[in-house]
Design a protein around this ligand. Structure first.
Ligand code: AMP
Length: 547
C-alpha cells in the first residue's frame, strides 16, 4: 500500500482559478472591445456568477459531464464567461477556429461530438451554412449583442437571455484533476485537424508556470491584452493566467491596429502577446500614423519566429520582447526568452541575438534534439535536429486516437528542427517540412525570411525550396514591399549577402502583393509551395558557391 504524506488534497482543477479571482480580485476588471466598437466592462465577481448561471443553463439543456460545448467566437468577456461556465458544469470546452475551411469545420465539430455551439453574430452566416452539416449540435446560442435579445438566427438563444433565466446558485462539478477540460484542434497542413485534449491539471500547471517573470511576467500590477484569438491554443493560456494573478484583462474582438493602439492607451495596457504578423501590422500602423502604444512594457512574440528587425523596433521603443515557442500540443508554452543574468553586460547585438532565439524551457518542459535515427544530438549551439518535447502539459495522444503520439519515453516529435545552445537557449531553425535541402545540407527558411525583413523596404518575406537539378532544392524568396517602397531584388540580395552564408542566398527574389497566412496567422508555406509548384529558376544549372 502506498503511504501518503500528510498535506491537503487539493485537486488542480481549472475552476479554482475563477473561484480565486472572485474571492481575491472580485472587482478586478475584464474589459471587452466588441467587433462593432462597443466597449463593455465586467469584473471577476460578475464573470464567476454568470458562469454559474451558464452552468445551470447547460444542465437545463440536459448537457452532461464530459460532453463538448463549442465556441466559434473572437475574444470578449462573454466568451470568457462561457469558458468557465462550460468547464464548471463538467463539460469540455471546444474552441473552434472560425477561419478554418468549411470542410474542416464540418469535420472537427462532428469529430468532437459537440452538442452546443456558442457563436458571435459576425459568424451567423457561417453558422447558418454549417447547421445542416452539424447534425449533433442541438443548441445554438449567439453571444452578441452583450445585453438583451439575440443578433443570431431565429430560434437561437441570446447568451444574455439564456443565462438570465438562472440564479447562479450553483456548485461546480468536481472530479479528478486529470479529467479533460478543453479541446483544441490543430490546423495541420496535411490531413484532418487533430484534437488536443487539455486536462484540468495540465492547464493549471501551465498557468502557474506561464505567469512567471521569464514568461508572461504577469502580476496584480499588469494590464494584459492578448492579441491571440481565444481559439488559438486558448489565447496562449492568458485567460487562465489573468484570474490567477488578478491582473486586468482586456479582450478585443477587433484586431485592427488602430483599435489595438487605442486600447493600449485607454486601458493602460502593460503586457500584450501575438504572432509576428499581428506585430508587423501594428508596427506599420504606428510608423505611418505616429500613434503611440501608451504604457506598453512587454510584448510576447510567438507562433512563428520573431524577426530581428521586429525585436529591434520594440527595443527602440522601450518595450521588452519575450520570444516564445510552443504549439497547440504543448498548451502552448514550450520555451520563452527573457533577460538572463549578465544582460546589462551584453552588447546591443548580443542582446538581440539572445532574444532572436526562442528562449529556454521553464521548469516542467524537457527538450532534446535527435537525428533521423532517433539518436540524441549535442547541445553545442550548431548541430540541428528534430526537436522532441515532454512534460505534464505536453500531448500524449490526440483526441479519439487509438495510439499515443509519443514514443515509449513520452517524447513527442514537434515536427520542428532546432539547435540547442550550451547556455540552455533553443533556436528553432525550421519546420522539418519547410527546411530547404540544398546539396545535402539544410538552409533555414526562417533565418532567410528574418534576414530579409531587416532590409529597408521589405515588409514581409517567405522562403521556400524550389526543385533544382543539381542541388536538390534552392531557395526562392518572396517579398512584400512596405507601403511606398520600391526596393528591388538586387538591393535585397546585397543586403542578404551581409547577413547569411553565400550558399544560402536565394536563387531568385520575386515580389508579391501579399503572402498567404494560415488560420492562426502564420505564413502558409504549403499554399506557397502549391502556388509555386511549377516555378523554375531562370538559370537552373547555376553553380552555387560555398563559403
Ligand atoms: P500551432 O500549434 O498552430 O501553434 O503551431 C505550432 C508551430 O508553430 C510550432 O511547431 C512551430 O513550428 C511554430 N512556432 C511557434 N512558435 C515559434 C517561434 N517562436 N519560432 C518559430 N516557430 C514557431
Amino acid at each position: 500500500m502506498t503511504t501518503l504524506g500528510a498535506m491537503q488534497h487539493w485537486p488542480l482543477r481549472v475552476m479554482r482559478l475563477v473561484d480565486h479571482a472572485e474571492r481575491e480580485h472580485g472587482d478586478g476588471e475584464v474589459v471587452s472591445a466588441w467587433a462593432d466598437g462597443l466597449v463593455t466592462r465586467s469584473t471577476w465577481r460578475k464573470i464567476a456568477k454568470d458562469a454559474r448561471r451558464m452552468a445551470q443553463a447547460l444542465e437545463a439543456l440536459d448537457i452532461k459531464k464530459g460532453e463538448r460545448i463549442a465556441t466559434l467566437a473572437m475574444n470578449h468577456g462573454s466568451h470568457l464567461t462561457a469558458w468557465y461556465g462550460a468547464i464548471g458544469m463538467g463539460g469540455i470546452l471546444h474552441t473552434i477556429n472560425p477561419r478554418l475551411f468549411e470542410d474542416q469545420l464540418d469535420y472537427i465539430a462532428n469529430h468532437a461530438g459537440d452538442r452546443v455551439l456558442l457563436y458571435d453574430q459576425a459568424f451567423a452566416g457561417l453558422v447558418e451554412r454549417m447547421k445542416p452539416r452539424w447534425p449533433g449540435i442541438e443548441h445554438y446560442i449567439c453571444f452578441d449583442p452583450p445585453t438583451g435579445s439575440s443578433g443570431g438566427a431565429a430560434g437561437d438563444w441570446a447568451f444574455a437571455d439564456w443565462i438570465a433565466a438562472h440564479d447562479g446558485n450553483y456548485t461546480w462539478v468536481d472530479g479528478d484533476e486529470r479529467e479533460p477540460c478543453a479541446l483544441c484542434y490543430t490546423s495541420g497542413t496535411t490531413g484532418n485537424p487533430k484534437g488536443v485534449l487539455y486536462e484540468h491539471r495540465s492547464t493549471l500547471l501551465h498557468t502557474l508556470v506561464e505567469i512567471g517573470p521569464d514568461i508572461f511576467n504577469l502580476s496584480k500590477r499588469s494590464v494584459v491584452l492578448p492579441i491571440v484569438p481565444m481559439f488559438h491554443a486558448n489565447a496562449w493560456g492568458i485567460p487562465w493566467a489573468a484570474p490567477a494573478t488578478g491582473c486586468k484583462l482586456v479582450l478585443s474582438a477587433d484586431y485592427r491596429p488602430a483599435t489595438m493602439c487605442r486600447l493600449f492607451r485607454e486601458e493602460g495596457v502593460t503586457h500584450s502577446a501575438g504572432v509576428p504578423t499581428i506585430w508587423l501590422t501594428m508596427i506599420e500602423h504606428i510608423e505611418s500614423t505616429g500613434e503611440q502604444p501608451g504604457d506598453l512594457k512587454q510584448v510576447t512574440i510567438g507562433g512563428s519566429a520573431a524577426p530581428r528587425a521586429m525585436i529591434k523596433w520594440f527595443r527602440n521603443h522601450g518595450i521588452d520582447v519575450g520570444h516564445a515557442w510552443g504549439m497547440t500540443e504543448t498548451s502552448p508554452i514550450g520555451t520563452c526568452g527573457a533577460r538572463p543574468l549578465g544582460w546589462e553586460a551584453m552588447t546591443d547585438d548580443e542582446q538581440i541575438d539572445y532574444i532572436s532565439r526562442q528562449g529556454r524551457v521553464p521548469f516542467g518542459v524537457e527538450l532534446r534534439i535527435v537525428d533521423d535515427e532517433g539518436v540524441e544530438l549535442p547541445r553545442d549551439g550548431h548541430t540541428s535536429g528534430r526537436l522532441l518535447v515532454r512534460g505534464p502539459w505536453v500531448i500524449q495522444r490526440y483526441f479519439r486516437a487509438a495510439e499515443d503520439s509519443t514514443d515509449a519515453d513520452c517524447w513527442f516529435d514537434t515536427g520542428d528542427v532546432a539547435t540547442l545552445h550550451p547556455d540552455g537557449t533553443v533556436q528553432i531553425t525550421d519546420r522539418s517540412k519547410d527546411v530547404i535541402k540544398s546539396g545535402g545540407e539544410w538552409i533555414s527558411s526562417i533565418d532567410l525570411e528574418n534576414a530579409a525583413v531587416g532590409c529597408p523596404g521589405v515588409a514581409e518575406a517567405a522562403a521556400i525550396g524550389i526543385a533544382h537539378p543539381k542541388w536538390d532544392e534552392r531557395p526562392l524568396l518572396l517579398c512584400v514591399r512596405a507601403p511606398g517602397s520600391e526596393v528591388c531584388a538586387a538591393t535585397i540580395r546585397n543586403y542578404l549577402a551581409g547577413q547569411v552564408a553565400k550558399w544560402w542566398l536565394p536563387n531568385a527574389i520575386e515580389f508579391v502583393d501579399e503572402l498567404p497566412h494560415t488560420a492562426t496567422g502564420k505564413l502558409s508555406k504549403k499554399t506557397l509551395r502549391d502556388q509555386f509548384r511549377d516555378y523554375r529558376f531562370a538559370d537552373a544549372t547555376d553553380m552555387v558557391g560555398r563559403d
